[in-house]
Design a binder for this molecule. Sequence first.
Ligand SMILES: Cc1ncc(C[n+]2csc(CCOP(=O)(O)OP(=O)(O)O)c2C)c(N)n1
Ligand code: SF4
Ligand SMILES: [Mg+2]
Length: 291
Amino acid sequence: MTTCQSFQAKDYKSDLKPIWCPGCGDFGVVQAIYRALASIGRAPHEIAFVSGIGCSSRIPGYTTAYGFNSVHGRALPIAQGIKLARPDLLVLAAGGDGDGFSIGGGHVAHAIRRNIDVTYIVMDNQIYGLTKGQLSPTSPRGLTTASSVYGSLEDPVNPLMYVLGYGARFVAQGTPADLAGLATMIEEAIRFPGFSFVNVQSPCITFGQPDQQLKAHKTGMVPLHSVGHDATNRIRAMELAQEYGRSLYTGVFYRDVDPDPTYEAAVAERHQGLSAAGHSRERILDTFVPR
Ligand SMILES: Cc1ncc(C[n+]2csc(CCOP(=O)(O)OP(=O)(O)O)c2C)c(N)n1
Ligand code: SF4
Ligand SMILES: [Mg+2]
């Protein structure tokens, strides 16, 4: 049974003190998540929050939801499993750009095509923060780091194009420099019935680049552009997504107004149909769990 009572942002804040570096963008992301969850109003014990490994992946511990700081790159398979086993829970997955688009990159495509109702928040700082500043899949070409002193020779992965290309039904991008906007888009993503993706430009103050910092966003050194188009227009969303790494567009890039049923809804429907046709529970399980 789900509760729908009044919660405030502070009700989702755990007693654990974040050990992120002062000035890390992830502080803003967790604040935005508290606000989004308060607007939704589900009790903390009805929320499962799964992450991988990385600085950003510490985030579930700073909430009062059930949390799982799991294995590098494996937040999505675990989150999907939880949602299938307990469709009544609100399930969030989160992690870094490395977690989501290097080691875990293969899972993103399958989460999208499966369309299980999980919201995936990537804190994209274009660097491996936890392991002290190596190139990540979203690092720009030419970036020098302690382990790439002559500069990266690779083009970055574009997370927005990646998910749109695989047919994601809800795609947004935000920054903690606009906390209110970020909270609203996370709330919208959670309310979306199916897999939803939010890329957050969440700067790493210790190993990140100067033009990624909150100060740069807040002072207009790197201007924030509002997506400002009809979010049902997928072609326009893809055009704007190509600006990733050049201009910072924030807002909902794409929202499918008539999304396919979620995987869990399709499973429930299949079960019903097979029961109605007289198949036993064991026989039905056989169809889903090969032995
Ligand atoms: C299987 C495995 N491979 C590599 C690592 C080492 N490792 C831990 S976090 C990390 C990358 C962190 O970067 P990102 O996911 O972008 O998160 P951030 O720290 O930047 O928030 C790596 C390579 C690991 N813990 N497990
Ligand atoms: S190393 Fe970077 S990503 Fe990690 S906590 Fe510090 S500022 Fe944040
Ligand atoms: Mg990172």
